[in-house]
Design a binder for this molecule. Structure first.
Ligand code: BYC
Length: 470
């Protein structure tokens, strides 16, 4: 196979002139392509999809729209523009010039951060690979595929760092990224939420709302990194991430809107009577995906996080909003469970960095839920969606060994068992949601359980034929 990488992979990293990197990526490309054919969107590899492709980093070049078959998508490698004389902004090396090469003493830590981030990208494509078959509209199908190809591009962005800055072990890690499989008990993906099935579109919207938003905050924290290539790579990834969260927030919002409409039409006020999703079921899906996504921030008290911060590898969201960037003093008031009661411990701030980032994330999620509630209020529906408490249903960190209710109160195992079905989707809920997943693929048509979007893509109308089957 002759691969002209320079043409196949638009880039601003001088790929044409770096022989060693070019060789490494040329070797990896066919493996990536074969992974994409096996694990990418099933049944639509030959379809023409109206996609946005990044062909440059400037505002004109990064959002180029055209029909393309997904396997021909140009997986570009782009770094945001270098900032002149950039300095490390936090931790023990604050004020020193940002690293352009890997600092030897932090090699292991950095590789681990990059591999963990990288692993999530192909994982999400695997989780979503069957959804094209049951799309509620061509508009939604196109958005799914846009998200999928961009996750593929984010994988390239991380593999570029592994190939370009690490030696043999970087190449081995890059191979490993194509070998693990979401949900496979023998070779699972690294982080919990990326092994959960996404079998229906309500889960997909919740995932892009809550899990992609974790991605936003992790990328913001890595964008602060003193390792400049990582900072520049993640800064560019963030421009694409915004669309993924748009898909999630408006997707759930449109389900909520349709449910509110159907509640008024249904004889007994239950949208299920007319083939819609009832609000308590939406709440359960929200509880599930929010709690799974909170786990992605790691433990509340983490020496790993303290080490990343001290080394200047992973900062806080918008580090410039803080006054103290070394954080050698100061504590975080952490709610802990002691003898069955919630009390407050003062934790050294560096050890609480995961929790500091989670705080920003939770606030951001709450703003999204508030917008859904505005939709309900507009329709005169007397129901509020809520974020469950952050202690609810946790599998990572200090709250993972105890049961908590949705308000964060400790409860017994028996109370948990009594309420579980009211808080998290049951098999029957999942079967019901699944039963609604009939594909709608005529341009301009939409499934009954979701409202149409308020506008189409790139100035095109909703009726536009966003995906053309071969
Ligand atoms: N599941 O010190 P701790 C995205 C492990 S999403 C399983 O508390 P740390 C995207 C941890 O590895 C963003 N295991 O955690 C979204 C450690 O294991 P070892 C992805 C977990 O290291 C949608 C142990 O527990 N970005 O981009 O402070 C679509 C103790 O860990 C989990 C990143 O992940 C978990 N949830 O924090 C597509 C950024 N959590 O060492 C893409 C890079 C922890 O005992 N990663 N563990 O074996 C990091 O910054 C950190 O690795 C984490 C964990 C924040 C994830």
């Amino acid at each position: 196979m002759i691969v002209n990488l320079y043409e196949t992979i638009p880039n601003n990293v001088n790929l044409g002139e770096d022989k060693r990197l070019k060789r490494a990526l040329e070797k990896w490309l066919p493996d990536f392509q074969s992974w994409w054919m096996d694990m990418g969107p099933e049944g639509f590899q030959a379809a023409d999809v109206y996609l946005r492709t990044a062909i440059d980093v400037d505002p004109k070049g990064w959002a180029h729209f055209d029909y393309i078959k997904m396997p021909d998508y140009r997986w570009g490698i782009f770094l945001a523009e270098a900032l002149p004389d950039r300095r490390i902004g936090f931790g023990d090396h604050r004020g020193q010039p940002a690293w352009q090469e890997i600092p030897g003493e932090y090699r292991g830590m950095l590789r681990r951060l990059i591999v963990t981030q990288a692993d999530t990208e192909p994982a999400s494509v695997e989780q979503q690979r069957l959804l094209g078959r049951t799309c509620p509209s061509l508009y939604d199908m196109r958005n799914l595929f846009q998200v999928n190809v961009e996750e593929g591009r984010h994988l390239w962005a991380m593999v570029y760092l592994l190939h370009g800055y690490f030696g043999r072990d970087g190449r081995e890690e890059a191979d490993g990224l194509l070998e693990r499989r979401s949900g496979d008990p023998d070779k699972p993906r690294i982080l919990g939420a990326f092994n959960e099935p996404i079998a229906d579109w309500l889960s997909f919207y919740m995932f892009t709302m809550f899990t992609d938003r974790d991605g936003k905050y992790q990328l913001l924290a890595l964008a602060e990194s003193g390792f400049d290539p990582l900072s520049r790579t993640t800064r560019f990834m963030l421009t694409e991430e915004a669309h993924h969260m748009f898909v999630g927030e408006t997707g759930v919002g449109r389900v909520v809107e349709r449910s509110a409409q159907l509640m008024k039409e249904a004889p007994n006020g239950d949208p299920r009577e007319l083939g819609g999703v009832d609000l308590p079921t939406i709440q359960k899906y929200l509880n599930l995906w929010f709690s799974l996504s909170e786990d992605l921030f790691g433990g509340e008290v983490s020496s790993n996080a303290a080490d990343y911060f001290a080394a200047g590898l992973k900062g806080r969201h918008r580090e410039e909003q803080y006054e103290d960037h070394r954080v050698l003093e100061g504590t975080y008031p952490m709610a802990v469970l002691a003898e069955g009661r919630i009390t407050t411990d003062q934790v050294p701030l560096r050890n609480a960095m995961n929790e500091v980032l989670r705080d920003s994330y939770v606030d951001d999620c709450r703003r999204g839920v508030d917008r859904w509630n505005k939709t309900l209020a507009k329709h005169g529906v007397d129901f509020e969606l809520n974020l469950p408490h952050r202690r609810f249903h946790r599998q990572i960190g200090i709250y993972s060994g105890t049961r908590f209710d949705v308000d964060g109160n400790p409860i017994t195992e028996e109370e948990w068992n009594r309420n579980r079905d009211a808080w998290l989707p049951t098999d029957a809920d999942r079967a019901y949601v699944q039963s609604l997943m009939e594909p709608v693929t005529e341009p301009g048509e939409i499934a009954n359980w979701i409202a149409p979007p308020s506008r189409g893509i790139n100035g095109k109308p909703f009726e536009y034929e966003y995906v053309r089957r071969a």
